[in-house]
Design a protein around this ligand. Structure first.
Ligand SMILES: Cc1ncc(COP(=O)(O)O)c(C=O)c1O
Length: 393
């Protein structure tokens, strides 16, 4: 018997266990102090009423032999694929049809599983700092350090990395970005689409934070960029859009026009999903459909506005404290350079011990994140207000 020795090359997932450990130790030593977490990467507001009503109705259907459903279709029920196509694409003038949409249990699994349809010898471009799933899933698939091109995202390039001179076969892009909170304009994404089409590369576009986009000129989908239907796969999620982190639903879009060596990538993905995935529950898909109703839309927008409001307050608080902060405009994430004299972990300890605020050190997301720090707007408004008071005092 052999194990997959690639797993031995993974770095220990140290970031959130270490921030949690330091926060717990601080609280144990200072039981009377209120420690506020602005490190939260999960949603905290409950599911909206329209979603809850749809779930209750679906549960009742499952209790009746006339309306009970067994295995769902592997790629999603037509009602949800059509609602996604109509609302997220056709309604925005983007030509994506229901049969190019593959409903899943979320963007994390799809971002990892997509590697099944690509060969082993590809070169991978990732941003640095980065959502660690992109790197770790490639290591599990056997890729090593030499197979990666790291694209530094720093204050100097506005956290929009330069297009590399060499060829990358697979390019991971995530906008609005986790962790930097940066949104990418059309002019920037067009450069990547042109690069991918010129080199025969594929862009894996993670749009998990699409719902936070509020400014004009920021594409909600990579398919708003001309030529993207020939080079890009898009991942979306109801997690941050509608509070589904615990419900689990997302989807992947692969246009039929995305062809590699004569093969439609959507057909490979369809085959992969039909073999290794058995679909998303009926109750969950009815819940996701409800996000697109008039009430559902208004209700989830109000929740996202709440998180955006938190992020804006944090950003203003940092700015008032003399720290240049980024993100927050189209993102729940606030990213900033730590004051001079600190590295990322040093500032973590400073924030915790002097302000009783927990955040996330930027270095935990990659080498170029050193010297930066991430706070999030996912907490409660009261906590954010208190934290900002402490920062600006
Ligand atoms: C960039 C990014 N992509 C994907 C995900 C995971 O989304 P899901 O809950 O749909 O698996 C996250 C979650 O934090 C994320 O930050």
């Amino acid at each position: 018997l052999n194990i997959n020795e690639n797993f031995l090359r993974l770095e220990k997932s140290y970031l959130f266990s270490e921030t949690g450990k330091r926060a717990r130790e601080y609280k144990a030593a200072h039981p009377d102090e209120k420690v506020i977490s602005l490190g939260i990467g999960d949603v905290t507001r409950p599911l909206v009423p329209a979603v809850i009503a749809a779930m209750h109705k679906a549960v009742d259907e499952m209790a009746d032999s006339d309306t009970f459903r067994g295995y769902p279709p592997e790629y999603g029920y037509d009602f949800l694929r059509q609602a996604i196509a109509d609302n997220d694409y056709q309604g925005r003038g983007i030509n994506i049809s229901a049969d190019e949409i593959f409903v899943s249990d979320g963007a994390k699994s799809d971002c990892g599983n997509i590697l099944d349809i690509f060969g082993p010898s590809n070169t991978i471009a990732v941003c640095d700092p980065v959502y660690p799933v992109y790197v770790d899933t490639n290591i599990m698939a056997g890729r090593t350090g030499d197979d990666f091109i790291y694209l530094p995202c720093t204050g100097e390039n506005g956290f929009l990395p330069d297009i590399p001179d060499e060829k990358a076969d697979i390019i991971y892009l995530c906008f609005p970005n986790n962790p930097t909170g940066t949104a990418a304009p059309v002019s920037y994404l067009s450069k990547w689409v042109d690069y991918a089409n010129a080199n025969g590369s594929v862009i894996l576009f993670d749009a998990a934070y699409e719902a936070f986009i509020r400014q004009g000129g920021i594409p909600h989908s990579i398919y708003e960029i001309s030529g993207a239907d020939k080079c890009a796969i898009e991942f979306r999620s109801f997690s941050k859009t509608a509070g589904f982190t615990g419900v689990r639903c997302g989807y992947t879009v692969i246009p039929k026009t995305l062809i590699c060596h004569g093969y439609e990538l959507s057909q490979l993905w369809a085959r992969r999903q039909a073999t290794k995935f058995n679909g998303v529950s009926y109750i969950t898909q009815r819940a996701a459909e409800a996000v697109y109703s008039d009430e559902g839309r208004a209700q989830v927008k109000a929740v996202i506005d709440y998180y955006l409001g938190n992020a804006a307050l944090i950003k203003k608080g940092l700015t008032d404290a003399g720290i240049a902060a980024y993100g927050a405009d189209n993102s729940p994430y606030v990213w900033f350079r730590v004051p001079s004299g600190f590295d990322s972990w040093g500032y973590f300890d400073e924030l915790l011990s002097h302000y009783q605020i927990v955040g996330t050190p930027g270095s935990g997301f990659g080498k170029s994140g050193e010297g930066y720090f991430r706070l999030t707007g996912f907490g409660s408004r009261d906590d954010v207000i208190q934290a900002v008071e402490r920062l600006t005092k």
